[in-house]
Design a protein. Structure first.
Length: 237
């Protein structure tokens, strides 16, 4: 692993020898997690031929890390700020990494799935998207969060802000998309993935999308999911 510190970002790069595939997987981690929790996963994808980059996400690791991500007030204030900032910064991130969208497979887990999906919807030419236990339907997911927390409904201003970034209604390229979600996920409702999948399938743009639902799985990445992910990558790339 090589840690690359640039002007605006800190990235952890895994490239075991000469990559045998011409795509780079950029992995965005979950809320309150760390790049350090993704070492094994990154090494695995590197071992099968991909260059893998795990960016440090704003408000995590060395980038102004919050003291306690899981205080309800902290999550409510910073969760979407983190997602929106990461989406806004994506173009600059790719420039500093020296990678082209057409060579990048965006992958995100949990909050990282929101980020990857938002970046994908903002671009036009990515090689692929992998969203694991995240959501591509931002407005629906936030409405579910609020209902679960018994918070007030969104204001019109808040709805407009979310819809700026919401992948629903945004770009769909001809690249391959893999959505994976535990059916019993109690952290990020599977309904957000379902809604985005329906949007993709109903679009006039031809879309190569697979949606795998895992019975009796909560908010986790299981061995079965990892094996299915490898199979999908082998088939597509």
């Amino acid at each position: 692993m090589k840690k690359i510190v640039s002007k605006n970002f800190v990235n952890h790069v895994y490239n075991q020898g000469q990559s045998s595939r011409d795509k780079t997987i950029i992995v965005f981690h979950g809320w309150g997690s760390s790049v350090n929790n993704y070492v094994e996963l990154a090494q695995y994808f590197s071992s099968i031929g991909f260059k893998v980059i795990v960016p440090e996400i704003i408000f995590h690791d060395s980038r102004h890390k919050l003291e306690n991500h899981f205080l309800k007030e902290v999550t409510q204030e910073y969760f979407w700020k983190t997602i929106f900032r990461s989406i806004d910064d994506a173009t600059l991130l790719f420039q500093e990494l020296g990678v082209s969208e057409k060579d990048v497979i965006l992958m995100g887990i949990s909050m990282g799935g929101f980020i990857a999906n938002g970046i994908y919807a903002k671009g036009n030419n990515f090689a692929g998207l992998i969203n694991i236990n995240g959501s591509g339907s931002f407005l629906l997911s936030e409405n579910i969060f609020r209902a679960n927390d018994q918070r007030p409904e969104l204001s019109d201003e808040e709805i407009d802000k979310i819809n700026i970034y919401n992948p629903i209604g945004k770009n769909i390229s001809n690249s391959s998309i893999l959505l994976m979600h535990g059916e019993l996920d109690g952290v990020i409702s599977i309904d957000g993935q379902k809604d985005y999948f329906e949007f993709l399938k109903s679009s006039e743009t031809s879309c190569d999308v697979v949606f795998n639902v895992y019975e009796n799985v909560n908010h986790s990445l299981t061995e079965e999911m990892l094996e299915n992910l490898k199979q999908w990558l082998d088939e597509k790339y």
